[in-house]
Design a protein around this ligand. Structure first.
Ligand code: ADP
Ligand code: MG
Ligand code: ZN
Length: 448
């Protein structure tokens, strides 16, 4: 039995099967129901989020012999022909490979004739932004006065490259990246119906790695299934994504957070010795810092993205880290990423960066916020009580009048500001990171 790629086998065939594009599909369904389908559409959005699928569904819905509400039946002769790419009245053109004026002139000629078989003649142009300027202008002629039996559907990943004159003649729909939770749920559904064994963490990794692009998630799953003999295990996914080197990078990161320079040295030596990409290691650490920071700030949504191992990992780090240090660490790692990537001495830059990262608490000696506490509960307490600048000084939070609290807070902030700015190490930090103090203070004030 030949294997059909998941992305082909699971192409949505009704509007209701398109995941994460509810705004668009609702509008299209209403337009079909009310007989108000525009003569030209432009579907924009990232790759692999359902633009081509939607165009074909629309083509079918308009020509279906037995429509189910606004959805096509997918069983009648017309639907089947369109699905098979054998419909004489549906023209699919790839703007990337047919970009010239001749192709569009030919298209304009074809469009002049009535549909041979269907109610509507449908012209789908994929990657429409790739058409040459001349070709776009030729297309425009037909778009200005389209025959009443023609519907145009354009798709593009780069809406800003489409000629404004073409844009203005289309109804535009923006396709969204598929939200993490919807994507994982959809993947699981597919794996179940394919009888593929999967580990939940593997699915999470795949969904995160595909950044909301459904096709990428499915193609990657295909590869993993082939690679590991029909099963999706986190270990295999990690190995292929390069995240299998995580234990070492985790160790390094833990050493940074606990500022254990002996451990740090050991892990740097191991990482360099194994030839792990330093750029990749830095990238991972940026992600860790981002996750930790969001967790500390009480962003519960991050929690769902984490695998079980990551949850344990972050819990173990949480008691050693403050929000302020994470801000500084994030900035440091981002700068380091640039150095590691472009420097001729990337290893030295990396080592230097790591030791600097492991000394931050000496220059950012600010209160510790315990993430573990927040992670133990669904609604983290840090979310209701945002860490105040001078958390340690906050003894009484009993509500008096709101005004008084505000005045108190202002006073405390002023006091704190004066204290902080008076410290040499803070001045060093400001210089080191080129911090615009006034701006930062304003941001903090707004947040609190
Ligand atoms: N919104 C979606 N819902 C369900 N599956 C999707 C969605 N978007 C993409 N896919 C999957 O990815 C494949 C490619 O989608 P496609 O419509 O060609 O994306 P695009 O044209 O935006 O690049 C589909 O066959 C389907 O398996
Ligand atoms: Mg497409
Ligand atoms: Zn049909």
């Amino acid at each position: 039995m030949s294997y059909i790629a998941l992305a082909r086998k699971y192409r949505p065939s009704t509007f209701d099967e398109l995941i994460g594009q509810e705004d668009t599909t609702t509008s299209l369904k209403n337009a079909i129901r009310d007989g108000k389908v525009s003569h030209a559409y432009l579907f924009t959005g990232a790759r692999g989020v359902g633009k081509t699928s939607a165009a074909r569904i629309l083509a079918k819905a308009l020509n279906c012999l037995n429509p189910q509400g606004s959805n096509p039946c997918n069983e009648c002769e017309h639907c089947r022909e369109i699905t098979d790419g054998a419909a004489i009245d549906v023209l699919e053109i790839d703007g990337a490979s047919n970009r010239g004026i001749d192709e569009i002139r030919e298209l304009n000629e074809t469009v002049k004739f009535f549909p041979v078989k269907y109610r509507w003649k449908i012209v789908i142009v994929d990657e429409v932004h790739m058409l040459t300027k001349e070709a776009s202008n030729a297309l425009l002629k037909t778009l200005e006065e389209p025959p009443e039996y023609v519907k145009f559907i354009f798709a593009t990943t780069d809406a800003h490259k489409v000629l404004p004159t073409v844009l203005s003649r289309c109804q535009k729909y923006d396709f969204q990246r598929i939200p993490f939770e919807k994507l994982t749920a959809a993947l699981v559904k597919i794996f179940v119906s394919e009888h593929i064994e999967y580990e939940e963490d593997a699915v999470k990794r795949i969904a995160l790695n595909s950044e909301g692009c459904f096709r990428d998630a499915l193609s990657f799953s295909d590869q993993m299934i082939a690679y590991s003999g029909g099963k999706l295990s986190t270990a295999v996914v990690d190995e292929v994504l390069g995240t299998s080197t995580n234990p070492l990078i985790n160790g390094l990161y833990a050493a940074v957070i606990s500022e254990d320079t002996a451990q740090l040295d050991e892990f740097i030596t191991k990482i360099c010795g194994m030839g792990i990409s330093l750029q990749f290691a830095t990238e991972r650490m940026i992600k860790y810092t981002r996750d930790l920071l969001l967790l500390v700030q009480g962003a519960a949504s991050v929690y769902k993205e984490l695998t079980a191992d990551e949850q344990t990992f972050y819990k173990s780090l949480s008691s050693n880290v403050s929000v302020e240090r994470l801000y500084a660490l994030f900035q440091l790692l981002q700068n380091l990423y640039g150095s590691v990537r472009y420097s001729t001495y990337s290893r030295y830059a990396f080592e230097f960066g790591m030791f600097k990262a492991a000394s931050l608490s000496r220059i950012v000696p600010l209160p510790v916020v315990n993430v573990a506490q927040g992670m133990a509960q669904p609604a983290p307490p840090v979310a209701t009580k945002k860490p105040m600048l001078n958390d340690t000084a906050t003894t009484s939070t009993a509500p008096t009048s709101e005004k008084k609290n505000l005045a108190d807070a202002r006073e405390r902030i002023e006091q704190f500001k004066a204290d902080m700015l008076g410290r040499t190490e803070v001045q060093q930090l400001i210089k080191l990171f080129d911090i615009d103090v006034e701006r930062e203070v304003k941001v903090v004030e707004r947040e609190h």
